[in-house]
Ligand binder design. Structure first.
Ligand code: NA7
Length: 529
């Protein structure tokens, strides 16, 4: 059987689009399959009110094209979902990507044919294609988690999931609304839904930390300066663990005198955004230091939220930064509104959803609409929905039954010529996704080019290299407090999911160095055949 494409790329978000562009540049043929009817991935699906990136727009953008950097105008410090989606569409048009993307088509199965050294890929539309490589670009937070709350199907009104929001306006005006969840999606959408709704009831299982965004329109002079020094900013970002250009204070929080410490937290709080966690270098390394930051945020909640019982319930008890820190606009303030009620369900799960609302802690709540802001089966969810089979017909799902194992978060033993952009075992969700995506795409494109020049048709990591990398990912995780709590980083939000800290937390610079060493040593850790 002949080859249809050099590569099949799964997903037309930022990863898939750039992958297609790079492969075309190098003279490879590729076909992208995308479940949605448009490009944008995360930003195509997550259309809930208030959806916004928590990384500043000038940094959450591609850097591969200086022309693109110069021509695109971000309008706000933190871009909204519609603006990011416009950007994704602009990129698709500018680089003429659409002609190689099949929309509204999901990959159902990808099976490696060991005789022909080809991947045989099948879509839900019945297409069958053969490709030398399969490159997944399915996103880390793209498989929505709908919890198995009894009675969910009984609810008579509309139910919305933040991760799969309708592609039309949802108007909550004069409606009573119930929201389950208080993660980032809820924290972004609750203030906006509360302004529309007649009444909003928020069901909170775990109180979450959030820092103010202090979002604002971008000053044209600031944009001019950024555009004049983009290269330097990108270069600085590459040296930071999260791939974001902000200053990390090298001091220890606990070793800093109280007054000075408070000043630092206050300055970061006033500036806004995720840089709060860089107030001190040991916030995720020392319980005592972490507590100083957590106490600071709790004091802010106390200051803002007028009702002491609600304030107490909103105060997170766990480690700050352990679950992903949220960035908000007016979240705590929303609970001062007369039309918003917080229901703390931390000690007792929701009993059941009913036809007219839900029952929790022995009380019935009625509403017209239900919003599930219940997150995602993160990092492995989307990958494992596809029937991916490697050597010997082994399913990736079985291979990863005890948690994902990969070499560099990019490749898996037994699955030759398969690459996973921002896969588990890579920094991905702990970093600014755009530079992490670009680094992976560049690695893969360069790798394919090298294989072509060497006349090599199959690349696959070797067991020892994969084990060593898995060890490194685990060791890095054990050093930080981040691996200690129940979060989607460890799969704790999905019942039955193996509890493994999935992303590589050693930081983007260390990760890039590891990848470069592999390449410089002729793809060390891989078998080429
Ligand atoms: P998250 O951060 O996973 O938040 C999901 C929320 O839903 C969280 O508060 C969960 O509580 C809650 N949840 C999940 N299942 C239930 C049930 N069964 N009952 C009650 N509450 C539940 O997802 P988001 O979409 O907000 O954000 C995901 C990422 O997207 C975010 O980190 C950013 O990177 C962007 P829990 O904390 O598990 O107790």
């Amino acid at each position: 059987m002949s080859v249809d494409f050099d590569a099949v790329i799964v997903g037309a978000g930022f990863g898939g689009m750039y992958m297609l562009h790079r492969l075309r540049d190098k003279g490879f043929t590729a076909r992208v399959f995308e479940a949605g009817s448009g490009v944008g991935g995360t930003w195509y699906w997550n259309r809930y009110p208030g959806a916004r990136c928590d990384v500043e727009s000038v940094q959450y953008s591609y850097q591969f094209s200086p022309e693109l950097e110069q021509e695109w105008e971000w309008t706000e410090r933190y871009a909204t979902q519609p603006e990011i989606l416009r950007y994704a569409n602009h990129v698709a048009d500018r680089f003429d990507l659409r002609r190689d993307i099949r929309f509204e088509t999901r990959i159902a199965a990808a099976v490696f044919d060991e005789t022909a050294n080809l991947w045989r890929v099948e879509t839900d539309k019945g297409d069958k294609v053969a490709a030398r490589f399969v490159i997944t670009a399915m996103g880390c937070l793209s498989s929505p988690n709908t919890p198995k709350i009894p009675g969910l199907a009984d609810f008579k009104g509309p139910t919305y999931h933040t991760g799969n929001w309708p592609h039309k306006d949802v108007d909550f005006t004069a409606k009573t609304v119930g929201v389950i969840g208080t993660g980032s999606s809820a924290i972004q959408s609750i203030p906006i839904m509360a302004r529309q709704a007649k009444h909003l009831t928020v069901f909170q299982r775990t109180a979450n930390y959030t820092v103010p965004a202090h979002n604002k329109p971008l000053d044209p002079e600031y944009v001019r300066q950024v555009k004049a020094s983009y290269r330097e900013m990108r270069q600085r970002a590459r040296t930071k663990p999260a791939g974001i250009d902000f200053t990390i204070n090298p001091a220890s929080a606990i070793a800093t005198p109280e007054e000075e410490r408070r000043r630092e937290f206050e300055a970061r709080w006033t500036y806004g955004g995720l840089g709060f966690m860089a107030s001190f270098s040991d916030l995720l390394l020392s319980d005592e230091s972490n507590k100083t930051a957590a106490d600071f945020v709790r004091s802010k909640i106390r200051d803002v939220v007028k009702d002491p019982t609600t304030a107490e319930a909103l105060m997170p008890k766990n480690i700050i930064g352990c679950k992903r820190l949220c960035v908000d606009t007016g979240y705590w303030e929303t609970f001062n509104r007369p039309n918003v009620t917080l229901v703390d369900i931390s000690d007792e799960p929701i009993e059941r959803v009913t036809a007219s609302g839900l029952r929790a802690k022995g009380k019935d709540y009625r509403f017209d609409c239900l919003v599930l802001a219940t997150g995602f089966d993160a990092m492995t969810g989307a990958l494992l929905k596809v029937d991916i089979r490697g050597r010997g017909g082994v399913a990736l799902k079985d291979k990863w039954s005890e948690g994902p194992k990969s070499y560099l978060g990019l490749t898996v033993v037994g699955f030759p010529n398969l690459f996973t952009i921002t896969g588990p075992g890579s920094p991905s969700v702990l970093t600014n996704m755009l530079p992490s995506i670009e680094q992976h795409v560049d690695f893969i494109a360069d790798c394919l080019e090298t294989l072509r020049s060497k006349g090599v048709s199959v690349i696959e990591p070797v067991e020892e290299a994969q084990e060593a990398w898995v060890g490194q990912v685990g060791n890095a995780a054990n050093i930080t407090l981040r691996s200690t709590c129940s979060s989607w980083y460890v799969g704790a939000n999905i019942p039955g999911k193996p509890r493994v800290f999935m992303p590589y937390i050693g930081g983007l610079p260390a990760y890039i160095a590891a990848c470069e060493t592999v390449v410089n040593n002729d793809y060390e850790g891989f078998a080429l055949a």
